[in-house]
Design a protein around this ligand. Structure first.
Ligand code: NDP
Length: 521
């Protein structure tokens, strides 16, 4: 099938192949029809959330350790049926089987991590109080209820399943609306979940488009985790605001890679090529721009060119490939527009720069040199296999340019001096900065993952994400026998104000107890 035909079919799918009530999944690497799913109506979304809520009522009262024991069955089932999952993800995204397997690996590792940590992280604990010494203060964690996930097409297994794990371990039920571009991966996950014997309605999947997502936001859910683009994120956050639904926004990225004068050229070049072309650049943590110190710039560009020329691209079901297909024809249009703009403004095409004719949707891995911030390719999220490289005079200049972005999800620094790497990392504004490695940060289960600036807010992964799947409850009681009243209660008198003022001065003034003791009480 030719590119145009595939595009037409994809457009048809988006507009509702067989009517708006069904979505067809097409293999971007071959144009083959993989299957289709039924779009949930608004009433069905409401009914699904109601079923999930009933299932959660029984699930949320189980002890944390018991939930974890039961959920490890899901992990075992995922590992057991790994080949099936890899097949679906690889075909639906046109990505190498290795990449589909990494999705699965990270997903099961996250589930394992949450199960290991949850009994401690979600345990009720006393807070030592510095002022109210006579009180006992306890914090406990309670499932929120129904958590909804709106997820993108680029990692259709690990993104939903990581958050599904955190939500379920914390005692919630989950309703996922996958992207219409890759609906089958989550359908497979649901099929596997149902076979584990866990209550079916704890994990629900509603298929659909933007309207289905909106219906979910308005369905009475207790929390939403949205992963997607900045512009959609604005609409989703607004809808969450209108419904007072707490939300996590995991949005786009424009990760800079700073290559210092002392960076190892071979490792840096390999990192640029992997970081930029992994998943064909369709990752929020992709290397989207490189700032290379002039001392290594030419050697780096030459080696990046060589390594890029060796990459294999094509149908992952037909043999080993490195570079994925492009999920959506419009992403190829974006790459073409950004490359043209850069070349018009003086960039040099080092390699690539063309869409590939023939079956499937592919764009050649493309390297641009002589780039600067006047070019859109250095500012806009590319989300395709294009990496622009800019020569810089100093590492300070590289940091300044790295921070000259409306996005701040991930960043990478390459240097042989690890202490310097950490110092530069401190100065780069991003949710995560990795020294001498790329992409790996998403797979570190312990670490919070999320962005700053317009890359979003809130975190997934790590202990805080697990706690954030819960409502925190504070219970305050008294350690000593209560009197008939408290000094600050009614009735106020002439002395009440004086008494409080004396206390403030005694505690907090320059000569007060706090200052004299050198610590708070
Ligand atoms: P989109 O923003 O287009 O879509 C994300 C999800 O939201 C999809 O399920 C989509 O459904 C749904 N959606 C779209 N419009 C609405 C709406 N108005 N109301 C409710 N839901 C809606 O993102 P993409 O799928 O195109 O993914 C690519 C983007 O995701 C990139 O910008 C990338 O950087 C970002 N991303 C961020 C990550 C992070 O962790 N920070 C990780 C991975 C990707 P449908 O597809 O059916 O339209």
């Amino acid at each position: 099938m030719g590119m145009l035909e595939a595009s037409a079919m994809q457009a048809k799918a988006t507009n509702g192949d067989g009517g708006d009530s069904r979505i067809t999944s097409w293999a971007p690497a071959t144009g083959e029809r993989l299957g289709d799913v039924r779009v949930a109506t608004k009433e069905e979304v409401l009914a699904t959330v109601a079923r999930a809520r009933r299932a959660q009522a029984a699930w949320g009262i189980l002890p944390v350790a018991e939930r974890c024991t039961r959920l490890l069955r899901l992990r075992d089932a995922i590992v057991e049926r790994a080949e099936e999952i890899v097949d679906v993800v690889s075909r639906e995204c046109g990505k190498p089987r290795e990449d589909a397997l990494s999705e699965l690996t990270i997903a099961v590792d996250l589930l394992t991590y949450y199960c290991k940590r949850a009994p401690d992280v979600l345990a009720e604990h006393d807070l030592p109080l510095h002022l109210f010494k006579h009180k006992r203060s306890t914090v406990s964690y309670h499932a929120r209820g129904v958590v909804a996930l709106l997820t993108p097409w680029n990692f259709p297994f690990v993104i939903p399943m990581g958050d599904v794990s955190a939500a379920l371990v914390a005692g919630n039920a989950v309703v996922v609306k996958p992207s219409e571009v890759a609906p089958l991966s989550m359908a497979k996950a649901k099929e596997i979940f149902d076979a584990t014997g866990l209550p079916e309605d704890l994990l629900c999947v509603v298929q659909g488009r933007a309207e289905t997502g909106q219906a979910l936001i308005e369905s009475g859910i207790q929390k939403l985790v949205f992963t997607g683009g900045v512009e959609t994120g604005r609409k989703v956050a607004a809808a969450c605001g209108a419904n007072l639904v707490p939300c996590v926004m995991e949005l786009g990225g424009k990760a800079p890679l700073v290559a210092c004068a002392d960076a190892d050229v071979e490792r840096t070049a390999r990192a640029v090529v992997f970081g930029a072309f992994f998943n064909a650049g369709q990752a929020c943590i992709s290397v989207e721009r490189v700032y290379a110190h002039h001392a290594i710039h030419d050697a780096l560009v030459a080696r990046v060119r060589e390594l890029t020329s060796e990459l294999r691209m094509g149908d992952p079901t037909a043999g080993t490939v490195d570079v994925s297909a492009i999920a959506l024809p419009k992403q190829i249009d974006v790459a073409e527009r950004l490359v043209k703009d850069a070349l018009d403004k003086g960039a040099e095409l080092v390699i690539g720069g063309r869409r590939r004719e023939g079956p499937g949707q592919f764009y050649e891995p493309t390297v641009l040199a002589k780039c600067d911030h006047g070019m859109a390719v250095m500012k806009e999220e590319i989300f395709g296999p294009v990496v622009p490289i800019m020569k810089v005079s100093t590492e300070d200049e590289a940091v300044r340019l790295a921070n000259d972005s409306h996005l701040g999800l991930s960043a990478y620094v390459f240097t042989k001096d690890r202490a310097k790497g950490r110092r530069l990392a401190e100065r780069i504004v991003a949710g995560s900065v990795v020294v001498n490695d790329v992409i790996v940060n998403y797979g570190v289960a312990e670490a919070p993952f999320g962005g700053t600036k317009q890359s979003g807010f809130g975190k997934v992964h790590g202990d805080d994400a697990l706690r954030d799947m819960c409502d925190q409850k504070h219970v305050l009681s008294t350690r000593v026998p209560e009197l008939g009243g408290e000094p600050l209660w009614f009735p106020y008198s002439a002395n009440s104000y004086k008494w409080q003022m004396r206390l403030v001065k005694a505690l907090y003034s320059g000569a007060g107890i706090v200052k004299r003791l050198g610590k708070l009480l």
